[in-house]
Each structure stands twice: as structure tokens, then as C-alpha cells.
Design a protein around this ligand. Sequence first.
Ligand code: C2E
Ligand code: MG
Ligand code: MG
Ligand code: MG
Length: 288
Amino acid sequence: AAGDAGGGQHKFFDEALNARVRADVVLTAELRQAIQAGQLCLHYQPKVDARSAQLVGAEALVRWQHPVHGLLPPGRFIELAEQSGLIAPLSDWVLDAACRSLRGWADAGLRALPLSVNLPASALADGRLPDRLEELMRHHRLHPASLVLELTETMLMQDVDAAVEVLGRLRAKGFGLSLDDFGTGYSSLGYLKRLPMSELKIDRSFITDVEHGGRDSALAAAVITLGSELGLQVVAEGVETVAQSSFLISRGCVLQQGFFFSPPVPRAAFEQMLRSGSTLVAGTAAAA
Ligand code: C2E
Ligand code: MG
Ligand code: MG
Ligand code: MG
């Protein structure tokens, strides 16, 4: 009898698991089509100088306009893409779409701002990446400095020597290199010194309680100092309140991204921001 109950439990979990696995299999098959069918799109989140709320750049974030499930966030399909070999065509689509946007903004006479894109862990394993990206920029008549490649610590840790080599070539060609979600991995400082980054993004998890004077404040302040000393641009991600924004400014981190300024928005809405003089809110310095 006890066995029955246990079996029933297992059956329940097995069925739930099976349903999830089946849904993932279907979604993966659909994703294969979605890339060609034009169902992917990019949203754009402003990066601002928080003192004035002036737009200084943006991050492109992929979404999937699914015909049945609606707009899916990357959290729902990037991992599936990584497991199924679809991440390469997906990344190629993202990079090309980002470049098409940059080209379009330049052609429309809008202010030139660097655009950041997120690369998957597998990207640096391809030694041809620097040449391929350079060719892509040439194709779209863009300068490499208009593109910032966001990478996470954990992906760089997989093969540090290879990463340092490929990153060095990307940097030499003029691409921006950003270390995303900084502080969530476990990279040593010595390792950070070896990476030819141009930017460091403090992870959102340190920003949440940053203004309360606890550990997060100390860590954020230390990362800001560290990044500045290494000559890196330091960006705070996930800034949601004026208090967080003000604290970060007071510690010297003026480059900020987050819902306080703007969530990621569709291209048309972002172009509206680019056209309208690009000051998003009153500015933290003024508001505080
Ligand atoms: P990420 O690169 O760290 O991007 C920041 C995420 O935080 C975005 O979620 C953004 O919408 C969200 N965010 C921004 N400001 C705030 C805020 O103030 N509060 C809160 N709670 N969240 C905020 P999203 O767009 O769902 O992307 C999640 C992750 O998916 C990204 O994290 C990135 O790692 C990955 N991703 C997004 N686009 C791509 C892509 O084109 N290719 C690859 N390989 N990964 C991508
Ligand atoms: Mg990012
Ligand atoms: Mg991030
Ligand atoms: Mg993140």
C-alpha cells in the first residue's frame, strides 16, 4: 500500500515532467521555423547617464513572437536553443538584426549610439568570430565600436586562455566588450585583469538593496572602484528606484540601466526616444 502511494507520487511527477519535456520538444521544433519565419524580434533597453537621464546607448534583447503563446522572453527559449544547436543561427539573426537597426538609425540621421548584444556561451569557441563580425560590420557599413558584445563570467571561465585570445582580437578590431552580470560568477580578480573588456555590468542582484548600506552597498561600491581603476566603463543594471540610482551616482557609477529609466521597448518606441532628444526622465541628480 505504501508502495502504491509512492508510485502515485512518482507517476504525478513523471507526468508533469513528461509534459514539460514534451512542451520543450515542441517549442524547440517551432523555434527552428521561427527564426526563418521572422518571429524573432529585438527589444531595446536604454542605457543612460543617470545624472541627466541622457540616452548613451542601448541593449538589444531578443523576444519570440510566438503565434500561440504570445511574446516569449529569452528565459523561455535561449536554453532550448543552446541545447539543440539552434543558438548559432539565433545568434546570427540577433547580430544581423542589431546591425540592421544601427544602419537604419544612421540612415535616418538619428544620433549614433552604441548597441549592446548578448552572446551565448558557445560564441567564443568559434575562433572565426572576430573575422565574421568584422565582415558583418563591413556589410552593414558600421564601425565595430558601434557594437558592444555582452558576455558573462561563467562563459569566459570555461576556457580562459581561448577566451582571452578571441576577446583580444575582437578588442583589437574595435568592438566593445562588456562583462555582464558581474559578481554572480566566481571569477578571481587576477582573471579579470587578463580580460580585455571595455565595460563591466554590475549584476542586478547587488542593486536591489544597494542604497541600504549593507553588504550590497559595500560590494557595489567596491566593484565600481575596481572597474574604474581598471579603466572600464561601469554600468549598473536593474536600477528600479531613484534611491538606487542616486546611491550609485554618489559612488561614481553614472551609467545605468533599469526600469526606473525604461524597460526594454519595441524598436518603434525606442526610435521615438532617439528622435525626441532622448532625455528619459528628469534625471536622478535633479530628482534626488
Ligand atoms: P541580461 O543580459 O542580464 O539582460 C537584463 C535582463 O534584465 C533583461 O531581461 C531585462 O529585461 C531585465 N531588466 C532590465 N532592467 C530591469 C529592472 O530594472 N528590473 C528587473 N527586474 N529586470 C530588468 P530579458 O530581456 O528577459 O533577458 C534575460 C536574459 O536573457 C539576458 O540577461 C540575457 O542573458 C539573455 N538574452 C537576452 N537576449 C539575448 C540574445 O539575443 N542572445 C542571448 N544569447 N541571450 C540573450
Ligand atoms: Mg546583457
Ligand atoms: Mg545582465
Ligand atoms: Mg542578468
